[in-house]
Design a protein. Structure first.
Lengths: 395, 354, 224
């Protein structure tokens, strides 16, 4: 296991600020030599999708960086205005496509809040289990991909191999590996298949082994640590101002987890879990916390599986759902961060306006600030540690 | 040379032809074996997958399929590229491999040249590939390639020094720069009077061996030293704009050079083409001459040793993430060079003492 | 929407949410007349409406006095009912008469478009949704970039989607759309081209809920 050295974050903050100021000063002094402008993306093996980052380099150091998003903008907020609530559920699966079930949950909870309907306990527990499974599926791919960004090409195959088990579980329960579309207003589409619980318990054991493997293979590696420690330090005040969420925020030392700190009709208050934080705020902290959270998610799933209440999975809701007038905001701790939906309804079959607050949008807005003064390889490693999905940025 | 193998005297043109063929085989056979065994199969098994299985039984024909695929691709020349330099760069890189293999001895009489300053020549010629890489990076008219080429220049020059310094320890021990003599010495010397395994220099020069292997890994721009290629940042670095036959030449050169460096490492440290002479009672001074069948057996032994060493190189390649180039340079200048200098000092002192 | 007789609602005075009410009084003390309206759902959520000229000051008060240092999002709502309905109109028929009265939501409003933002207080675990009316012609409001640095991208997206100008924003260019894109897509009078090309035929298939064995939608539909 790795031991967490509590490095002096103040020193490293100072260094990164000094580096940034030096870069600025260089820019001001040498106005003739602009430096080389390099386009990273939109097609690039490192960016998870079509993200374009325009950097201006002085040798190998970044003077100025600017992400150009929008290559995958699908106009979700406009599309939701012409769809009914169940149709929006299917649409919204595709925002963060790696942990798709997690996208449906806040929207369904917002609609249920407006309808004043609560899903039966069994549905709430199963929702939570599937939520955590989608978190595991999402973050295990991150752990594998982290190696590829840094040059270690082997862990990604182990990640995909072990992720298959989780996807098979999700498929056997919901019918879809990637886009389950399983949540309904008032509960779930149907109940779990027979034998699912025992199988899930075995898969959770396998995933814990996978986390240990990645811990040894990647996080214990000296090269990995020297590539990530002290790089891309984000102090907690800056993180909160930019609205960073999820593991990025907790890596800067802010103890904020929506599963624990918010009361939602999900089963999180019935289980014990630890919220991992790290004082450093560098890339290594962000990656390390995601590894711990994956392990924690497997433990949450185990506890939940032991105590699923029996009953129906669907509350009594009308056939054709018209959500009464009102506004509701629900956000949950998605694999990428805080994802929330602000649903405005006018008593129609579909919403009037849905504002989708996606985690990666805020996570990537900090890129111009954090990339000043770093080297080109660090661009890739910082982006890898911030972890975004294009669908989440561009909606 | 050939009069020993064939009990006949071949005319000069036939000898030259044999040399050319032998050289081609000596370069391409390691490349092909390494690509198939390690890149296709060992890497796949390490990553819990099977690798290519379609072309031929267990994917054995994949190599020919790959070559055919690369040959039939379109040859793209970027419009603003410097055409002559662009065309010449892959050939320069491959040329250094052929020049390197010219001094490697494969058997008591199976060598291309018996060069008295073999080690010197080998170290000098191995840095020609740096030129080729720089040419490729600069002439591609592509910022990614330029970055890759510049990184390569810094890295390859930095890691030349540890390679040179680590080999000097071997030269001091052997007392000669002639590679054939080094092999003979390793196989006929004794360790404190016991000649059971000869005296492979890896036993006393283990530090130098380690440094040499690390430097070789860096010279081949393999992970963890593959900043010049850095696939997830620079998309193949200096090789980005190459396609078709030119890329195939780069590809072959990469693995052929790995093979040839492994051959050289086995010559310098592992005893080369020989088995300890004492086993067969071959002692040039009193005793029999090294027998003729070693001209066939020697290359086979060299192949085995090469495969072992290349396996280690590839194993490290598949496992480690990559260094950033300032960490790379720091490692070369602040760690490897002082250690290799220390190694030379200790070797010299011990050589005089014993 | 249910068959049980309606339960008597607890009168708002009996359920106190001291934290949220404290936020409203702090805002009133700092903004005075700027704070126009507020809605509190006890132990659940709160909405606050301020006037557009104190928009930036509200942000500062929330960040410094109320302790909401976490910036969640910033966007806008266009309250005009869409003249295209839900994109289900038959293109061969003339468009039906539609009610186009503008009716705002919680905490009221007087204009067609409202800017709204949400900030969170991480230590006391509550969040505030702030709304502000913007003018119908040349809508503009002060930028929040100096208050919350993360508002930069959100304001860029709001500007491109709604056409709201943010005074003081350093770099107000398009976030997603090309620079020379004409129009503001999220406004209700901007049509959704996919539905203009092929209108949606409406609900034709409703899946059976668990426990229902009839598949006659008319028998199951209940008025809300």
């Amino acid at each position: 296991m790795t031991d967490v050295k509590v490095n002096d974050m103040a020193d490293r903050q100072k260094l990164s600020y000094i580096a940034a100021q030096a870069a600025d000063a260089r820019l001001n002094v040498e106005l003739e030599t602009e430096g080389m402008t390099l386009n990273i993306g939109p097609q690039h093996p490192a960016t998870h999708g079509t993200l374009r980052i325009i950097v201006r380099l002085d040798g190998e150091q970044v003077i100025w960086a600017e992400p150009g998003a929008g290559y995958m903008h699908r106009g979700y907020e406009k599309l939701t205005e012409v769809r009914t609530f169940p149709q929006v559920t299917a649409l919204v699966n595709r925002i963060d496509w790696l942990g798709s079930f997690a996208n449906e949950v806040p929207f369904i909870l917002a609609a249920e809040k407006l309808m004043d309907v609560e899903a039966p306990p069994r549905a709430q527990w199963i929702r939570t289990i599937l939520f955590e499974l989608s978190r595991i599926a999402n973050v295990s791919l991150f752990l594998g991909d982290l190696g590829v960004q840094l040059g270690a090409i082997t862990p990604v195959f182990m990640a995909f191999r072990d992720r298959e088990y989780v996807l098979n579980l999700i498929e056997s329960a919901t019918g879809g590996r990637f886009h389950p579309n399983f949540d309904r207003i008032g509960g779930l589409k149907e109940d779990l298949p027979a034998g699912w619980i025992t199988e899930t318990k075995q898969v959770m054991k396998k995933l814990r082994n996978f986390c240990d493997e990645i811990d040894d293979l990647l996080f214990g590696n000296e090269i990995f640590q020297s590539r990530l420690r002290g790089i891309g330090v984000i102090p907690p005040e800056v993180a909160k101002q930019y609205g960073l969420s999820g593991a990025n925020l907790r890596a800067s030392g802010v103890d904020w987890d929506l599963r624990r700190d918010q009361k939602l009709p999900l089963a999180y208050d019935k289980v014990d879990f630890k919220v991992w934080t790290h004082p450093d705020g560098d890339s290594f902290a962000r990656c390390w916390i995601r590894l711990q959270e994956t392990r924690e998610a497997t433990k949450i799933v185990d506890q939940l599986l032991d105590g699923i209440p029996s009953g129906s999975v669907m509350a009594k809701v009308p056939r054709i759902i018209k959500v009464p007038e009102g506004e509701a905001w629900v956000s949950t701790e998605n694999p990428l961060g805080e994802m929330g939906y602000y649903v405005v309804s006018k008593g129609d079959l579909g919403p009037f306006r849905v504002k989708i607050r996606s985690a990666s949008f805020n996570n990537i807005s900090i890129v111009p600030w954090v990339l000043r003064g770093v080297y080109v390889p660090d661009i890739i490693s910082i982006l890898a540690s911030l972890y975004f999905i294009l669908g989440d940025i561009d909606r | 040379m050939t009069s020993a193998i064939f009990a006949a005297d071949l005319p000069y043109w036939a000898q030259s032809l044999l040399r050319v063929l032998g050289g081609t085989v000596a370069v391409l056979l390691p490349a092909g074996t390494i690509v198939y065994l390690f890149l296709f199969k060992m890497m796949s098994f390490m990553q819990s997958r099977l690798g290519p299985m379609e072309a031929g039984p267990y994917g054995s024909m994949q190599l020919f399929a790959e070559v055919g695929k690369w040959l039939q691709k379109e040859d793209i020349l970027p419009t603003r590229a410097d055409k002559r330099v662009f065309r010449a760069a892959p050939l320069v890189v491959l040329m250094s491999t052929f020049l390197l293999v010219a001094v490697v001895p494969f058997g008591p009489d199976a060598y291309f040249t018996d060069f008295d300053a073999g080690v010197f020549y080998m170290l000098a010629v191995s840095s020609i590939s740096t030129l080729g890489i720089l040419m490729a990076g600069w002439s591609s008219a592509n910022k990614y390639s330029l970055l890759g080429g510049l990184r390569a220049a810094g890295q390859l020059i930095a890691y030349e020094l540890p390679m040179v310094l680590s080999v000097i320890g071997v030269v001091i021990q052997a007392g000669t720069m002639n590679l054939q003599q080094i092999v003979v010495k390793q196989n006929s010397d004794e360790i404190f009077g016991w000649n059971g395994i000869g005296f492979p220099y890896i036993l006393t020069q283990s530090v130098a061996f380690l440094i040499f292997m690390i430097a070789v890994q860096a010279e081949l721009t393999q992970t963890p030293f593959d900043m010049p290629i850095a696939e997830s940042e620079l998309v193949s670095g200096y090789m980005t704009e190459y396609s078709g036959l030119r890329f195939l030449i780069f590809f072959i050169a990469e693995f052929a050079t790995a093979g040839v460096f492994a051959l050289i490492a086995s010559v310098l440290f592992l005893g080369g083409w020989g088995v300890p002479f004492a086993w067969f009672d071959w002692a040039p001074a009193g005793g029999h001459q090294v027998s003729n069948w070693m001209n066939i057996g020697g290359p086979l032994i060299m192949l085995t040793k090469m495969l072992v060493l290349t396996g280690i190189i590839m194993w490290v390649r598949f496992s480690y993430p990559r260094f950033r180039e300032d960490q790379l340079q720091r490692f070369a200048w602040k760690v490897l060079i002082p250690v290799s200098l220390l190694n030379i000092m200790v070797t010299a002192i011990l050589k005089v003492a014993f | 929407m249910s068959d049980t007789p309606p339960q008597p609602e607890p009168t708002p005075e009996l359920v106190h949410d001291t934290v949220r009410e404290g936020v409203v009084s702090a805002l009133r003390a700092a903004l005075g007349d700027g704070l126009i309206d507020s809605v509190i759902k006890p132990n659940d959520d709160m909405w606050v409406r301020v006037s557009a000229d104190v928009w930036q000051q509200t942000g500062r008060v929330l960040r410094d006095t109320v302790g909401c240092d976490y910036f969640c999002f910033l966007s806008a709502i266009d309250w005009l009912p869409s003249p295209y309905g839900r994109g289900e109109d038959d293109p061969t028929e003339p468009p039906p008469e539609r009610d186009n009265t503008i009716k705002q939501g919680y905490a009221g409003g007087e204009t067609r478009m409202q800017v709204f933002a949400r900030v969170t207080n991480l230590s006391q675990h509550f969040g505030v949704t702030i709304k502000a009316d913007v003018a119908d012609v040349e809508p503009c409001v002060d930028s929040w970039v100096t208050v919350y640095a993360g508002a930069n991208w959100h304001e860029r997206e709001c500007h491109e989607m709604f056409g709201i100008d943010f005074r003081g924003h350093p770099d107000l260019r398009n976030m997603y759309l090309p620079t020379d894109f004409e129009g503001h897509p999220l406004r209700k009078d901007f049509p959704l081209l996919a539905r203009m090309v092929k209108p949606w035929p409406g609900i034709v298939d409703v899946e059976l809920l668990p426990g229902d064995d009839t598949d006659d939608p008319a028998a199951e539909a209940e008025p809300t």
